[in-house]
Design a protein around this ligand. Sequence first.
Ligand SMILES: NC(=O)c1ccc[n+]([C@@H]2O[C@H](COP(=O)([O-])OP(=O)(O)OC[C@H]3O[C@@H](n4cnc5c(N)ncnc54)[C@H](O)[C@@H]3O)[C@@H](O)[C@H]2O)c1
Length: 336
Amino acid sequence: MIRVGVVGIGYWGPNLVRNLYETDGVELVAVADRESDKVSKMTRRYPSVKGYNDGADVIADSSIDAIVIVTPAETHYAMAKTALEAGKHVLVEKPLTLLPEESLELTELADQKGLTLMVGHTFEYNPAVRRLKEIVQAEDFGKIRYIYCTRVNLGIFRHGINAMWNLAPHDLSILFYLLEEPPVAIRALGRSFIKPDVEDVVFLFLEFASGSMAHVHVSWLDPSKVRRVTVVGEKRMVVYDDLDSEQKLKLYDRGFESTLFEDGGILDYQVRLRGGDILAPKIENREPLRVECEHFIECVREGKPPLTGGRNGHRVVQALAAADESLRTGGGRIEI
Ligand SMILES: NC(=O)c1ccc[n+]([C@@H]2O[C@H](COP(=O)([O-])OP(=O)(O)OC[C@H]3O[C@@H](n4cnc5c(N)ncnc54)[C@H](O)[C@@H]3O)[C@@H](O)[C@H]2O)c1
């Protein structure tokens, strides 16, 4: 049994508590939150679990092997560092840290100590995203030309971070997972409409060495909730709509075919539209967070490198930091 403690049981923490509690090979030992009512609600639901009011007490509990950190982003670095120094394996929610150098430091610390450090990039454990990757990597999809992601809704306003740091880690982790390459440059434009200096709307533009490009639109100021990724390939196109419970993926066997021809010594392209079927591929029905928790426990038990380890977390933080720099310069192109 791997003995686990969860720190932070606000909005997202209870989902990790439930999944860890139900994961084979896990003994959920303790939960902690600064707010006592949240702790008592959890210990009422799970009577065998101890409750604390400070994450430091869970980290100090010598019977615990692994700490799951679900506190606000600005606390991740210090708490993960304390936990690793105390010899605990760590699963941290996204973003891993707020500074790239902090992500690298945690990664190196975990490596030195032979501990598992994993970041909760949940979408890389999502069966729909995994199927999406199979589709876009297949030969009949062709090279990925561009990807655009939309992650918008009305609220929830977070403290300490802007909409980009809150929402874009998901899209960046999906982009890097699909493309299997880091961006070479990034630009970001945003505005703080509601609270001064906290961007509630951000548009990101990413360039990749392969020639693919990507766009990410995140917002807390939108009338409707949208969670969509569109991938346009040379031969096919696919749309992933996370909010569509029946057809999360739609594969369009459509595109343009162009042939070069010569007319009176002049070379030109003849462009022909190819309109084929729309398919809705079958997706395995598993909760992504359960897959993530099982993977974390397997990595801890077997000493395997996690799919979303420290370096995976770092590349997202590095892209966000570059985007931040671009935001401050009004959309300047920042090379990574
Ligand atoms: N993977 C996902 O899909 C997903 C979804 C939502 C949130 N998140 C991430 O989860 C994390 C938490 O987000 P949230 O929306 O639940 O925030 P939240 O503010 O609702 O909850 C955070 C909780 O942490 C507690 N806390 C803070 N410092 C503490 C400490 N030192 N000791 C004990 N408790 C402490 C707070 O009291 C609060 O209840 C963030 O990193 C966020 O990005 C991930």
